[in-house]
Design a protein. Structure first.
Length: 315
């Protein structure tokens, strides 16, 4: 859909904004043309026209992003927005996906940062590794004498859909089935739609990260209760057929990966007692660090940072 240089008057597009009942103003941020890809041509046309009527490229992108995800019968798969002046092009990009060269350029502009991660399970180690890769100094606080948490005790595996492991084993699976199974399994059929969609959309990426970043061989598939497809990823059994504890194996790999980063400091037997907060001149309350107790000495310390990530799980 596009206005094709058709105008009602100087500075006014022939496209009508239904909310205002008035023509869309032609500016550097307004859409001159919108292309939408989905399995229904009628829906694609409707979405493209609605994006044109949104007014600005930012508003159009926000509107189109609402029609992503496997919860829709005909989800939006791709889009391309053109603004008239510039010209400027905005493409659909999966959240968290970024070209390596763009990431490197962005990271080179970062100021030195200190990040505190509370909790030494898989979530905490993953956060620490990613923050370290973003060139931050990381301090990980764990109250037990060893890192691992509940993650080290998990034995069933990790569920994910659309992984390369499934594809190599001929398993057809996608978010439609994973989200449906998750909703049905929720107590009373109640679940947070946003959380379920995020779980589904990011599941394959998480499996691939564990395999590629940590070297965990999650190449064995099982189908557990509540799942309509084989999507539980596990570590292959030993040569004698004995099962390998997947949680323990993952955490062994995670510990080894974290130890390779010089800018990750791990403090065990240290319990967070409170978050440190300050009020900005704008009146907002911000977390600026934490207070923790070192169980080995009984002493209490303050640790300030640019960000605090809580990954304490069931604890």
């Amino acid at each position: 859909s596009g206005d094709y240089l058709q105008t009602l008057a100087s500075g006014l597009s022939h496209v009508i904004d239904p909310k205002r009942g008035a023509p869309v103003k032609i500016t550097g941020d307004s859409c001159a043309s919108v292309s939408v890809v989905c399995s229904s041509c009628m829906l694609a046309d409707a979405l493209a026209t609605a994006a044109m009527a949104s007014g600005t490229v930012k508003d159009a992108r926000k509107m189109l992003d609402m029609f992503r995800g496997a919860s829709f019968k005909d989800p939006l798969m791709d889009y391309l927005l053109y603004s008239r002046w510039g010209p400027r092009v905005v493409r659909f990009i999966e959240p968290t996906m970024e070209k390596p060269e763009h990431r490197e350029d962005r990271m080179a502009r970062h100021e030195d940062a200190h990040v505190i991660v509370v909790g030494g399970g898989l979530a905490g180690i993953s956060a620490a590794i990613e923050a370290s890769k973003a060139r931050a100094k990381v301090t990980l606080i764990e109250k037990e004498k060893e890192i691992g948490g509940n993650s080290a005790k998990a034995t069933s595996g990790i569920n994910a859909c659309g992984t390369r492991v499934q594809k190599s084993n001929g398993v057809e699976d996608d978010g439609r089935y994973f989200e449906r199974d998750t909703h049905v399994s929720a107590k009373g059929g109640r679940a947070d739609l946003g959380c379920v969609s995020t779980l589904s959309e990011k599941s394959a990426e998480a499996i691939h990260w564990l395999m590629d970043e940590l070297g965990v061989p999650l190449t064995a598939l099982s189908q557990l209760g509540g799942h309509a497809r084989k999507r539980t990823h596990r570590v292959p059994p030993r040569t004698d057929g004995a099962p390998v504890p997947v949680g323990f194996t993952i955490m062994q790999h995670a510990k080894a990966a974290a130890s390779a980063f010089e800018n990750i400091e791990i403090k065990t037997r240290c319990s967070m007692t409170k978050l440190l907060q300050e009020t900005t001149f704008e009146g907002r309350t911000e977390v600026v660090g934490l207070e923790y107790k070192d169980e080995s000495t009984g002493e209490t310390h303050e640790l300030r940072a640019d960000a605090v990530v809580l990954t304490t799980g069931g604890f």
